[in-house]
Design a protein around this ligand. Sequence first.
Ligand code: PEP
Ligand code: MG
Length: 859
Amino acid sequence: MSGYVYDFIEGNKDLKDLLGGKGANLAEMTRMGLPVPPGFTITTEACQEYLRTGSMPTGLLAEVEHHLRQMQTRIGRTFGDPRDPLLLSVRSGAKFSMPGMMETILDIGLNDSSVAGLARQSGDERFAWDSYRRLIQMFGRTVFDVPAGEFEDGGDRDAAGLKELVEAYKKVFQAHTGRDFPQAIHEQLFLAIGAVFRSWNAERATLYRRQERIPQDLGTAVNIMAMVFGNRGDDSGTGVAFTRDPATGLRGSYGDYLRNAQGEDVVAGIRNTIGLSELATIDPASYRQLLSIMQRLEQRYRDLCDIEFTIENGKLWMLQTRVGKRTPAAAFVIAAQLVDEGTITLDEALQRVTGQQLAQLMFPSFDETTAPPPLTTGVAASPGAAAGAIVFDSAAAAAATGPVILVRRETNPDDLPGMIAAQGILTSRGGKTSHAAVVARGMGKTCVCGAEELEISDDRLVIGGRTLYAGDVISIDGTNGRVYAGSVPVHASKVVRYFEGELTAHGDPLLSAIERLMIHADHSARLGVHANADTSADAARARRFGATGIGLCRTEHMFLGDRRVLIERLILGEHDALAALLPLQRTDFERLFEAMDGLPVTIRLIDPPLHEFLPSLEELTARVARATALGEDPGRDGVLLAAVRRMHEQNPMLGLRGVRLGLVVPGLFAMQVRAVAEAAAARVAAGGDPRPEIMVPLVGAVQELEIVRAEAESILASVPGAPPIRIGTMIEVPRAALTAGQIAGAAEFFSFGTNDLTQMTWGFSRDDVEGAFFGRYLSLGVFATSPFETIDPDGVGELVRIAVERGRATRPDLTVGVCGEHGGDPASVHFFHEAGLDYVSCSPFRVPIARLEAGRAAV
Ligand code: PEP
Ligand code: MG
């Protein structure tokens, strides 16, 4: 019978959609013959059905009963048997790991009579009553939302004390729920299953999924497993381990072990653990068995695995495994190692790393040489350098306006909003597998945990006689665990220095891994990677970072600062400004062509939104009013004010920009085209190999382009010694995309300006919406990421596909690129690859990221 429930022996690791990650991997381990406690998994489909209808799917409970009977037969014990009870754990487990976000209930099956059986059978009365009180607390909290704080503490009592505590807990349960704690063990089980289903929609889980871009409709599976106990004395315990170091990627097993404890104690980071290697002395047989299991798991999964295990009276049990989370550095190192070990191919290695991870490795870190002595050193849990004001709770972090460091004794899932808001996280308890560490690594956020010397309370942090309060600035280094008072200067990452050519990869495992994978990415990629650069310094950096051209030189950026007034004069009709601009532009272009010698440089004709280039109407009005009031002549301000009033636009981004300005201000584009041609001719004369291209912005109709093109061609023809210069257009107005067939008649290349194309397709002002309502849109799920960040594949993307198709139908050798912000966004790079573009162009710093993603898209 298989509908909603699969026995562990029936599943395998590839059934994650249906069984969730935990269930699929428990099944895989069971198939491998590893010591997994018997159990079964309720599918995600059952959860989806439950969440849709609000009640248990028909037949589910009968199936559960059936599987439970099979399990009892196999184990030879009966669920909740008063003489020797089989107890169950009920655990959530979605397709994607969501550490600590959903619910787990342990010790299901204990009641007033089976607790005696557990005591007798284990020979440990205290343990039995402790388990029973844990169940009432966990069950009350999870199934009936009884606040955890309502149950008084009492873990250190003796058996009689715990027995009294059970009675007290039952009263709390009764008071809050209006009913007795269920003695019917099957009812316990079914209620627990429903609670785990519902925990999919818990606020923190929803928030986590939004942050991690996990779809909200997957639902969780529920794993029901025979309980094993790590808290049955000194020959018992529980631990978490990794088959390689998840921080550095280096070989060798790594983990934490907690003697005489339940699994949740380790993950919660509540007690400090001992290193896995110490298990070798405490219990050498289990240690050896564990190492051999870890080796088998790595072979099976062909990747770093992490595991949770429990030892019950000297017997090892595997409670979980999965392909483990790792730092970005470890991802690169492990991928390269696995290639060396012959486990995976280079193509697969590329799939094991992401542009996002590379981006994180390019963040700056603290400059060790100028840092003060650290206050203390904790566990380096998640790399990066972060400085900010101390906040002691999640709400304060979420409310903060500047950068903050969330400082907690330990974190729990309720701290998630604060962890998202903070620059970094610092805790005084817990190891690399504590909640803070796991969640921070997942988010790529800097974290130092287990800094035990810190005494952290609700409003202060004390270290060696020194006290710091909320608002005081601290700096934390998640790469080496150091904590500093004040703000520490930062320096460039070693990966950036490598790309800059200041360091070689030789002898450095991380840089060597990156080098190897970048070579393979470049070799595999079909998309080229160009850079958006307006200065020769940016161009030179882009080239060092591997750009093979400039895809966008925004010439209006060459007129910021002192030169802005020249543009102002031009817009206001003072044409003599053109003569002043020509030599300046020529020199700009010459420098750019020199820096990119031999590679294409796409010069975009000027596209200055008027509000960025004209003085503000309000300011001018005030200045003129002041002068008039003082009886002074407002002079030039008066003329300017009249002109600015005349030209004032309500919607400057939809106003007189780009090609429109070029057609309205005579001589403007002509001056730029001349400057390009003369600069190129000068470079040729100097022995260089300039490859300029001229690009017209904001075209919506082929007629606009034809007029500009005719003028440009005649100017180009008039400059002696200039190399051939192609003329193309940006596609950033929806009409241009739709009429691309016509436009390609006058364009040798297209470059999608996806910033404007997104603005005009959605009708979202790119300057305003992000602050105004995108937060709300994201939480409502209108989109999962801002369409200004990741291309909207269905709307804007469809226009891209249409334009590529229609443009190439007219001109088969049309070159097509993209130069909007999306060109450096990992997900968008894959879209552009699929859409058949020739290149993406992005800011110099993102060039390596785009190169890596272009390679990944192709393998
Ligand atoms: C664009 O619109 O995508 C583009 C690259 O041009 P700009 O951002 O300069 O408007
Ligand atoms: Mg634009």
